[in-house]
Design a protein around this ligand. Structure first.
Ligand SMILES: Cc1ncc(COP(=O)(O)O)c(C=O)c1O
Length: 398
C-alpha cells in the first residue's frame, strides 16, 4: 500500500517517522495530558513506545481507535502537516474503508495520486459545505470505459444547470479521466468524477470561489451483478423537483434516504412517484416494465434523471423487437396501477445494469419470478459492455 510521502521534519523541528503506524497507537497518544500542549505532545509521541501505548489501551479505547474516533475529545492534538499525513496513512491502514481506491485526479494539486491517503478535497470546497457540485460515472470493463461520452454529455449538462464553469474544455476533461484510469492500472471497476464550484470561502454564493475544481477517482471492483429478483417499496421521501431531478448534482440526500427506507423495509430500494402520481424512478436507477402486450415501457425522462443505461437498454431492446420477444418499445407516463399490473418490472442503472423486480409493495409482479425480458436485457447490456461498438467502448491505453 502506498503512503503519503512527507518531510520527516515537523514545524517545531522534531523528527517524526513518515512510516505508517498502527492506528490504535496513534490514537492512544491522545491520552497525553492537555497541559503538555502541542510541542510537548510531539516530544511525548517520540518517547512513547507503541507497545507500551497499546498495552495501556483499554478495550473501549481500542474499539474507539479502530473505529477511527478520537479517544479523549478533551485532548485533541494539534498536528503538523506531516503528522496529519501520518494519521491519514494510519486511517487508511486501519481498514475503515472497504473499497479499493486505485487512483485519484485533483485539479487542486493538478495531478494523479495512487495513494489513497492523499485522496482528499479541501473543506472550503463549495461542493463540501453547500452541495454545489455535480458528478457522473463510467464503468470500467475489461480495460475499456463504457459509455464515457454519454456520461460526459450528461456531466456537462449538469454543470451548465448548476452554473459551474468547466476548468478545462471537454477534450481535456476526457483526457484527464482516461489518464487517471491508465494510472490506476484498473481494468474492472468504476470511474467517478466531480465538478465543483471549488474552494474559496464558506459563503453561500460561489462568487468567492476563484476556480472550479475537478476530481476523479477509480474504484476497483471485480464483482459482476447477478440479476436476481428483488422487492421495492413506494418511497415516502419527497421526490426532487424536476429542475433538480434531471441534474446529477451531489444533493443526493433524498436518494440516500429513499434507498435506506427501501432497505429498512426489506426491499432493494424505494420507488418515487412524480407530482402527478406517475411512476418516476428509483433512488439511483431508472424503472422499466414489460406490459401485458409485450411492450417495453419506460417513464419519460422529463422529470427524472436521463439514465445512460436506460437509454442504451432502449436501443438494445430493438433486437428483442426484431426477434419477436417484444412487440414494441415506448416511453410515456406510467400509472402505479399499470406498473403493478405489468408482466415484468425492472430497475436499470449503471450500478446494477438490469435487475428484475418481483414484488412492489404488497403486489407480486407477473409470475413473481425473474422475467425473461429483464434477463435478456441484462445479457444484452453486459455483452455491449464487453464487445459493443466504439461509440460506447473506449480502450484505456495502459
Ligand atoms: C436518480 C438516478 N436515476 C437514474 C440513474 C441511472 O443512471 P445511469 O444509468 O446513467 O447510471 C441514476 C444513476 O446515476 C440516478 O442517480
Amino acid at each position: 500500500m502506498a503512503h503519503i510521502s512527507v518531510s520527516p521534519a515537523t514545524a517545531a523541528g522534531h523528527r517524526v517517522s513518515p512510516s505508517p503506524r498502527p492506528f490504535s497507537f496513534l490514537y492512544q497518544r491522545n491520552t497525553v495530558p492537555s497541559s503538555i500542549g502541542a510541542v510537548g505532545l510531539r516530544s511525548w509521541s517520540r518517547r512513547a513506545s507503541p507497545a507500551a501505548s497499546v498495552r495501556a489501551a483499554t478495550n473501549s479505547n481500542q474499539a474507539a481507535a479502530e473505529a477511527g474516533t478520537i479517544v479523549n475529545p478533551n485532548e485533541v492534538p494539534v498536528l503538523s502537516f506531516s503528522q496529519a499525513a501520518e494519521r491519514l496513512n494510519a486511517f487508511q491502514d486501519s481498514g475503515a474503508r472497504n473499497q479499493s481506491y486505485m487512483a485519484m485526479y485533483s485539479s487542486i494539486f493538478g495531478g494523479i495520486t495512487t495513494d489513497p491517503s492523499a485522496m482528499v478535497i479541501p473543506i472550503d470546497d463549495h461542493m463540501v459545505h453547500r452541495g454545489h457540485g455535480v458528478f457522473d460515472t463510467a464503468a470500467i470493463m475489461d480495460g475499456h470505459l463504457y459509455e464515457l461520452e454519454q456520461h460526459l454529455d450528461r456531466f456537462l449538462r449538469s454543470a451548465l444547470m448548476a452554473k459551474i464553469p468547466l476548468p478545462f474544455d471537454r477534450s481535456t476533461v476526457r483526457s484527464i479521466l482516461i489518464q487517471t484510469v491508465r494510472a490506476s492500472k484498473c481494468t474492472q471497476g468504476s470511474l467517478r468524477y466531480w465538478l465543483s464550484a471549488g474552494p474559496g470561502d464558506f459563503l453561500l454564493s460561489s462568487s468567492g470561489c476563484t476556480n472550479s475544481a475537478f476530481y476523479a477517482i477509480v474504484i476497483e471492483s471485480q464483482s459482476l451483478q447477478v440479476p436476481t429478483g428483488c422487492k421495492v417499496v413506494t418511497s415516502s421521501i419527497p421526490i426532487k423537483s424536476p429542475q433538480f431531478a434531471v441534474m446529477k448534482s451531489v444533493n443526493y440526500l433524498p436518494n440516500a434516504l429513499t434507498k435506506m427506507e427501501g432497505e429498512e423495509n426489506g426491499s432493494f430500494t424505494g420507488i418515487w412517484l412524480d407530482d402527478e402520481g406517475f411512476v418516476a424512478e428509483g433512488s439511483n436507477m431508472n424503472v422499466g416494465f414489460v406490459t401485458k402486450g409485450k411492450e417495453l415501457l419506460m417513464p419519460n425522462f422529463d422529470k427524472i434523471l436521463s439514465g445512460c443505461t436506460a437509454k442504451r437498454v432502449l436501443t438494445l431492446a430493438e433486437q428483442l423487437v426484431a426477434d419477436g420477444r417484444l412487440s414494441g418499445i415506448i416511453s410515456r407516463n406510467v400509472s402505479v396501477q399499470e406498473g403493478k399490473a405489468a408482466d415484468e418490472m425492472m430497475l436499470i442503472g449503471s450500478g446494477i445494469l438490469v435487475k428484475p423486480v418481483v414484488q412492489w409493495d404488497d403486489q407480486i409482479i407477473g409470475s413473481g419470478k425473474e422475467g425473461p425480458i429483464a434477463q435478456a436485457l441484462y445479457d444484452l447490456i453486459l455483452e455491449d459492455m464487453k464487445s459493443g461498438p466504439p461509440s460506447v467502448r473506449i480502450p484505456v491505453p495502459y
